[in-house]
Design a protein around this ligand. Structure first.
Ligand code: DQA
Length: 147
């Protein structure tokens, strides 16, 4: 099982940006957490972070034929990007959406997720643990589809 974990704009600034919302841990800490989770779950992992919508679309397209499952935190593009929604639909790779913060309890514009309809699950407001849940959900999904 090979998983691609994609993080969108400003998530490279974890530990610096709005610590009251996103916590004090850095993006490097998030990668270390995800690496440990994937090792525990027996998954190979690749990471991609970009502040650019088109680069995220390219990364999703580049997963075609190579990656079994995608974990994505599209960050602000969650609430605006038809292009990322279409890319997830286009590749038909099982994808799980993650948000560190509870977007349902913040500004109204964060309540809308353009990508959710293309995702098999969404984990919201669980901090780093949301990524663990996402990897596990992909593992279960892929195992049940292989049966
Ligand atoms: C976020 C929530 C988004 O609304 C925000 O734009 C982000 C991070 C989260 O992980 O909680 O940048 O996706």
């Amino acid at each position: 099982m090979k998983i691609l974990i994609i993080n969108g704009p400003n998530l490279n600034l974890l530990g610096v940006r709005e610590k009251n919302i996103y916590g004090a841990k850095s993006y490097e800490d998030l990668l270390a957490f995800c690496r440990a989770v994937c090792e525990e779950e027996g998954a190979e992992v690749e990471f991609f972070q970009s502040n650019h919508e088109g680069a995220i679309v390219d990364a999703i397209q580049g997963a075609l034929g190579r990656i079994d499952g995608i974990v994505i935190n599209p960050a602000a593009y969650t609430h605006t990007s038809v292009a990322i929604l279409d890319a997830i639909k286009a590749v038909s790779i099982p994808t799980v959406e993650v948000h560190l913060s509870d977007v349902s309890k913040r500004e109204d514009f964060r309540r809308v997720s353009y990508v959710a309809p293309a995702c098999i699950r969404s984990f919201i407001g669980l901090g780093f643990e949301g990524y663990r849940e996402a990897v596990r959900a992909l593992k279960e999904h892929l195992a049940s589809n292989a049966r």
